[in-house]
Ligand binder design. Structure first.
Ligand SMILES: *Cc1c(COP(=O)(O)O)cnc(C)c1O
Length: 459
């Protein structure tokens, strides 16, 4: 944290403390030499991490929280509010209501019921829990590229689950979905806008057309990709999917993924506020301090970090969710970086690129070798070699069907599908675009080094 930020935080802390200054003093236990030594130990231990905040970390979906989110979270820590009930945090509860409304407004929902959660997993659990109650005895369907949490949640909830095959671009296959709707008792279709592995965007607009013929609920899992609705540079197909969001029954978005928040910040939005009745419960000791809505009355989780709401609210004041604004431009920059990396990869003679360019900001590619097994081994070697050059990528085992038919000769002859370990990069930081040359030089150098060490058999 910069010195300036500590200074701002210190000023704000004094201002917050002033509100309680009429109370008799009750100082916190002092931090002495022992505390200093422990903190140094903590600092040393924490060095055992990838440098997540640096643009040369371009691996998994990890994005540093905005400094204002860190400061607001730290400020809230002196109160440590609990947004379960108004007794635990009046201010942070109303900030949560406002922050969730900003999310609903970003998606153009005419009305909503929603709240923050510890993350996307729990938010999706609530969506499918509500779906299961409204469509009793019916199954959940999600694409084979959907987050694995959906099959696990379905099993927790005792709901049957069906995977829908995705197409060559990783989007839910419409013909496959229609076949499933004809042959199975599907109550809810989970539509993923931004899959976790490759950032593919299911065709929500087309799935809505199927909904008119086969009656089912639609849950949109936009935990990763939801904020891209603000980006002006998506393809028309991707845009059409995001524009259809107001017609979904429920939406999950994770502010701790693309929303510049510390972990512990997911959210669930329902289009019909009447689903609140499903949460109805009584607590003999909680909801006395106010007749107003306590967030715990519409949430399955009980204690929740009020600080998460405070941090999100503060970030939204600085970077409002408006098309063309600084926050939207950051997402556009990530998408542009992904397209540019894809373009360079496609021209390189070290790599194979998938048939479809990235829909959002996640790029994957294979190392050029005669068989998927050899490509996989080479990808692992390039991954390791890149890390020695401070470039941190990710690996992902993906279907060969995402690559052009003739990418691996033997495979195309036998017409079979298998998996290949690919290199993968999530370019979620707005700065990634500026750093692309640096990333590219290191990737090329790593690929050259590894290819020299493992000469390929001529094919
Ligand atoms: C990350 C993610 C989840 C799980 O959310 P957590 O916040 O990790 O619990 C679910 N669905 C999608 C599409 C995701 O990207």
């Amino acid at each position: 944290m910069s010195d300036r930020l500590f200074q701002l935080l210190n000023d704000a802390q004094h201002r917050l403390d002033a509100g309680f200054s009429h109370l008799p003093p009750n100082p916190a236990p002092p931090l002495d030499e022992a505390a200093s030594a422990i903190l140094h130990q903590v600092a040393d231990r924490l060095q055992d991490n990838y440098p997540y905040a640096h643009p040369l970390y371009a691996g998994q979906m990890l994005k540093p929280p905005h400094p204002i989110a860190r400061a607001a979270y730290a400020l809230a820590m002196s109160v440590n509010p609990n947004n379960h009930a108004l007794d635990g945090g009046r201010a942070s509860s109303s900030m949560e209501v406002e922050a969730v409304s900003a999310l609903a407004k970003m998606f153009h929902l005419p009305q909503h019921l929603g709240h923050l959660s510890s993350g996307g997993t729990f938010a999706n659990l609530e969506a499918l829990w509500v779906a299961g109650q409204l469509t009793p005895g019916k199954a959940i369907a999600a694409s084979d590229q959907a987050h694995y949490t959906h099959s696990r949640i379905s099993s927790v909830l005792g709901l049957p689950f069906h995977a829908v095959p995705s197409d060559a671009s990783g989007r839910m296959g419409l013909a496959a979905l229609e076949h499933l709707l004809e042959t199975s008792n599907i109550g809810t279709v989970v539509v993923t806008l931004g899959t976790t592995a490759i950032g593919s965007v299911d065709p929500l607009d087309q799935i809505l057309l199927l909904q008119q013929r086969y009656n089912f609920r639609i849950h949109v899992d936009a935990a990763y990709g939801g904020y891209f609705t603000l980006a002006a540079n998506l393809t028309p197909e991707t845009r059409a999917a995001f524009d259809a969001i107001p017609h979904a029954d429920s939406i999950v978005i994770d502010p701790h993924k693309h929303g510049l928040q510390p972990y512990g910040c997911g959210s669930i939005l329902f289009r019909d506020p009447a689903v609140g009745r499903l949460y109805k419960h009584d607590s003999p000791y909680t909801y006395f301090s106010s007749k107003d809505l306590h967030l715990g009355e519409i949430s399955l989780e009980c204690s929740r970090a009020g600080a998460s709401a405070v941090a999100l609210w503060a970030t939204q004041q600085l970077l409002p969710y408006v098309p063309g604004g600084a926050f939207a431009q950051g997402l556009e920059s990530s998408h542009t970086a992904a397209l540019e990396l894809y373009r360079r990869l496609a021209q390189s003679n070290h790599f194979f690129t998938p048939s479809h360019p990235p829909q959002l900001d996640i790029v994957f590619w294979a190392a050029k070798a005669p068989t998927p097994e050899a490509s996989s081994a080479l990808a692992q070697a390039i991954f390791d070699e890149a890390a020695t050059r401070d470039l941190h990528l990710a690996l992902a085992k993906l279907s060969t069907r995402f690559f052009p038919h003739d990418t691996w000769k033997d495979l195309s002859r036998s017409n079979q599908e298998t998996t290949v370990t690919c290199l993968r990069s999530v370019l979620m930081k707005p700065e990634h675009l500026l750093w692309l040359d640096q990333l590219w030089q290191r990737l090329q150098a790593a690929a050259e080094k590894v290819t020299v060490n493992t000469p390929l058999e001529p094919t």
